[in-house]
Design a protein around this ligand. Structure first.
Ligand code: SF4
Length: 322
């Protein structure tokens, strides 16, 4: 396989990360310097953006678009594309890259599945992504609410395709089963980073556990998807190894994007990966057998997720992929 021209990292160890970036004073001034041109997002907001924002705020529901300060919110919401975040807006985990609030979540809102479905029914969409905070405080990790949300959406929005981006349920695979049996069109769970960096980037998660969750969903017949961020200290070889592990776990759709530090309290960016390097990774991923690889600086799991799923379905048809 051709060597992938990713920039060489000066020193990607966690200690170097801490030395190099955590004390930097501004949002843009990361270990890797100012954001390059290709990451500057032009904000052009249309009426749909403001309509969607009103709907979200009036409904009292949460979106990961806002809670995680996603840079694509202008584009996505202007295209009437959003990702509702269920099970509250406080997460029991403390991943070093994520802007969602960490703490002790409130009680579960049993009416949330119905309210999500009702909000979606007013939007006239073909495709939606649902995600959640981690709820390690709940005995089932929130699996019941997940399944109920899928069922309620199916009832209120026939024809709407549903992608779920779930937590790992602490590796308790019966909860994965509960979600998959509710029948989402795509089951996504992100690996986020390479094995070596999990301790720093996702301290409460495990690399192997994420692979086990994805493998289980695939065994149950789900269309599976995962994602990885670049710029957290990984090496090129580790990225390729992670992609191979995802392919071995039966993952069909992969997205690869640039990590952007939400604040100085988050892990620093160790490198800005150039667009052509993302292209090379997409080609390498396709050679490994993924049905679809979405790879680019601004790619996020739910970014143009409808297109990712459509392209995957087309390729599956072309290749006779089971
Ligand atoms: S990429 Fe995903 S999280 Fe970001 S704004 Fe778009 S739908 Fe929301």
């Amino acid at each position: 396989m051709a060597r992938i021209p990713l920039p060489v990292l000066p020193d990607a160890t966690p200690a170097a990360q801490r030395r190099s970036g955590m004390a930097r004073p501004t949002r843009e001034a990361d270990a890797a310097g100012k954001r390059p041109e290709w990451l500057k997002v032009r904000l052009s907001l249309n009426r749909d953006f403001f309509d969607l924002r009103s709907l979200v705020h009036e409904s009292g529901l949460n979106t990961v678009c806002e809670s995680a300060s996603c840079p694509n919110i202008g584009e996505c919401w202007s295209n009437r594309s959003l990702t509702f975040m269920i099970l509250g807006n406080v997460c029991t985990r403390s991943c070093g890259f994520c802007d969602v609030q960490t703490g002790r979540p409130g009680s579960v809102d049993l009416d949330e599945p119905r309210r999500v479905a009702e909000a979606l029914s007013t939007l006239d969409l073909n495709y939606t992504v649902i995600t959640s905070v981690d709820r390690d405080d709940l005995p089932d990790g929130g699996a019941f609410i997940w399944a109920e949300t899928i069922r309620q959406i199916r009832k209120a929005c026939p024809g709407l395709q549903i992608e779920v981006l779930t937590p790992d349920f602490k590796g308790e695979l019966e909860h994965v089963d509960t979600v998959v049996h509710a029948g989402p069109d795509v089951f996504a769970h992100n690996i986020e980073t390479v094995d070596r960096l999990h301790r720093v980037v996702r301290p409460q998660a495990r690399y192997e556990r994420t692979l086990a969750v994805l493998r289980r969903a695939r065994e149950l017949g789900a269309v599976t998807k995962s994602g990885i961020m670049l710029g957290l200290g990984e090496t090129d070889d580790e990225v390729l190894e992670t992609l191979r592990d995802l392919a071995d776990a039966g993952v069909e759709i992969v997205n690869i994007g640039q990590y952007m530090r939400p604040s100085i309290n988050h892990l620093p960016v160790t490198r800005w990966v150039r667009p052509e390097a993302f292209d090379a990774l997409r080609r390498a991923g396709m050679e490994m057998g993924f049905v679809h690889v979405e790879s680019g600086p601004l790619v996020r799991s739910s970014y143009r997720a409808d297109k990712q799923a459509r392209m995957a379905a087309e390729r599956r048809r072309e290749t006779g992929h089971a």
